[in-house]
Write a protein that binds this ligand. Sequence first.
Ligand SMILES: [Ca+2]
Ligand SMILES: [Ca+2]
Ligand SMILES: [Ca+2]
Length: 380
Amino acid sequence: MNPIAVHERSDRNRRGSVSLIVLVATVPLLLALGAMLTLSVAHHEQAEQSLGQTTASMTSFAAAQDALSRLEISRKFDGPYDLAMNGGTAHVTGFAWLGDGLDNDKNGLIDDAAEKDIYSIHTDAWLNATAAGKSNAAARSYHASTDVTAEVVNFDFNFGQAIYIDDPKAKINFTGGAFTLTGNDENLDGSKGPDASRPAVGVNGDPNGIINQVANNQRAHITGNLPTPAIGQTDALDFDKYAAMLDPLATVTWKGPDDSFSGSIGDYNNQKGVIAHASGNLKLHGTTSGAGILIVDGDLVMDGHFQWEGLLIVKGNVYFKGGGSPQELYGALLLWGQDPPGTPEDDLTVNGSVKVAYSSQGLAIASQTGGVRVMFWREQ
Ligand SMILES: [Ca+2]
Ligand SMILES: [Ca+2]
Ligand SMILES: [Ca+2]
């Protein structure tokens, strides 16, 4: 045997075994590739399903948000209605707990006071189906729903007077005779309001200390359900109670010890109020109009043209200093007249063309500034 031939055969054999090894190694690779391809298709389908489900869920979520926004604006549920948003379609239904003949909060009482202003909202959202849930055979459809329970927060603002003065020993400072303070309910357009007449000023204690500070020729400018000046005794109100309730809901805030502002607070023309809170003293100057509730922890100075519909709540002193510019408050003013120790100042200054009128319409704007409180939220 030719030793070289042996060598060659042996070499060929080695090459054969190398090929076999390559082939053996390739088969699992091909199998793996096939498995990966199958996995990839399955994964793609899974991703598509996940995307479809996410789209339906997002539509359902957005529709519930939309329903809450509408509830906040109209103060009641005015559906059912359909929506197309976030790539899907949604059907929104809802009802008021009060008046549905059911004990919704299961407290043993049907349609009781605890159910007042509470609404249940349900959204059914679809991808590849109509808002009514009618699907198309050519495309897989996806569904999600959201259930929300929400309370329309309505404050009960009904006061015994147009201006509450907490301290019967308060010093007041009324200048001239261009002002009107009245406890007669006036609408925002100046017409007569529906509520009963009340004192212009209510004092937490004997009112004579305040009455004695009003000059004879000013008395006729302070009207209500009492002989002029219509200043009477009233029950105590608690500043801290209002602060605790309202400050956390404020959407307009001033944080400094002495802030000033000119412009719009809330939407005066459209009678849409906000809650505004100043942590220190606040000076409103120039032309300022506002709607809703303004709560001031220090003094409030109104210097310039001022119009407000709603409620002013002031822990410190209040200065109406319009000069020649008209200043109008339709609603109510509550003031505590508190001063830093050692620096007493007059609790209420009225100087210029000032009108403060009790207004149930103005207070209705203030009572609707609380928005909507979500009590329950579930997505499926
Ligand atoms: Ca009940
Ligand atoms: Ca009910
Ligand atoms: Ca004071």
